[in-house]
Design a binder for this molecule. Sequence first.
Ligand SMILES: [Zn+2]
Ligand SMILES: [Zn+2]
Length: 367
Amino acid sequence: MQTQAAVLNQPNGPFAIETIDVGEPQAGEVRVAIKAVGVCHTDLVIASGALGLQFPAVLGHEGAGIVDAVGPGVTSVKPGDKVLLTFNSCGQCRHCHNDHPAYCDGFFPLNMTATRTDGSTRLHRGEAAVADNFFGQSSFAELAIANERNVLKVDDDADLVALAPLGCGVQTGAGAVIRSLNAKAGETLVVLGGGAVGLSAVLGGKIAGCGTIIVIEPQDTRRKLALELGASHVIDPAAGDAVEAVRAILPAGADMVVDTSGYQPIVESAVNMIGNLGRLGLIGVPGSLDAVLPVPIMQWLTIGGTVRGIVEGDSDPKVFLPELIAHHKAGRLPIEKFSKTYRLADINQAIDDAHHGKCIKAVLTID
Ligand SMILES: [Zn+2]
Ligand SMILES: [Zn+2]
């Protein structure tokens, strides 16, 4: 079959809307007619080619749509079902068995562009293969091949445009606080960065019943939105020393700091924002693969501090996504307040707007 897709032909794009070929779903696979797909920062990092992406490629990993066809052996969804797409995992390794599929032993090959194990590709353009399988979906396209493991059936009346970002950015931010750092009611939280993941961390903090929630973010519009979504305080890092500003609010330091910025200087300063038994969660992808976080051993030992790397908010999507959908339904996860819709064909505009602070979470839609 043929499909329209936003194809990346060289590092950093632009994305070109092209007609390419999509194959039939094989064993365990699910072909989905994509109706909405969020743009996540990771798409842009991978699009730079710095991590070895082959071109042409189709990215996109916050897809939501309607099942178009299923391959042999698929039993949990059928054509016509509404589904959310998320990251893929093997379902066989011990981490998958222990409800930690975000740390699946097969995470990299299952979520980065790759051929099937038999060498065949899901997407091609004429005779040439198109790099696909990004997060087990490559959903910047009208049709995407996902896997039974990384699709979740949702209710027939589910709003796919609103819910698409749950598949990565929202579950990452909310899950970091609720699951990875196991936030308790009354604990204090500092969030570094007020983008979609940071604001989702704020909402996760509210859901967990955190007391003080501080957001450190340079953009004024994002700070205002953070307050609207439940942050108790916001700090402009350009206005002075961020550690002093946090300590002015929390003299004993924070119980949790979540970095969504990946910006080395602020992550280093976060080490001094933590109080006794505090936890520092790292989500933001740093600008360099060689980035290092220096931790003062004596200070850290004395406070009993923890540094925790976080993938996808430690989500077990079959459990956590339904919880998040219920929170959204109850008004506790108003993703719409920071998402903005664009047509798939306007993907380059969406990315440009995100770069210039005109949108926080772009969601591409397809009729
Ligand atoms: Zn696994
Ligand atoms: Zn993502």
